[in-house]
Design a protein around this ligand. Structure first.
Ligand code: FES
Length: 83
């Protein structure tokens, strides 16, 4: 199972972490990936100066807003992408 962990630490919280988390949960459900992708909150990931920190399978991404969350999800999890 792949994982998306959204930092809910104080810095990321102030930058909109819950909106980013909600966006990933909505996309997970929209794409029917509940059994394939785990979406969860996480403690500080030591990247507090960047946007909301999101770890996808252990790789950290800076996700400042919902649009970036959607783009990242599409890039990493779209079943329509070509091999
Ligand atoms: S509070 Fe999110 S990386 Fe530190």
């Amino acid at each position: 199972m792949r994982t998306i962990e959204v930092c809910l630490g104080s810095s990321c919280f102030l930058k909109g972490a819950y909106a980013v988390l909600d966006t990933f949960v909505a996309l997970q459900r929209q794409h029917g990936l509940e059994d394939d992708v785990r979406v969860a909150g996480a403690f500080c990931q030591e990247h507090c100066r960047e946007g909301v920190s999101v770890a996808v399978d252990g790789t950290i991404y800076s996700v400042p807003d919902k649009d970036t969350a959607r783009a990242l999800f599409t890039r990493l999890f779209s079943t329509e992408s070509t091999p």
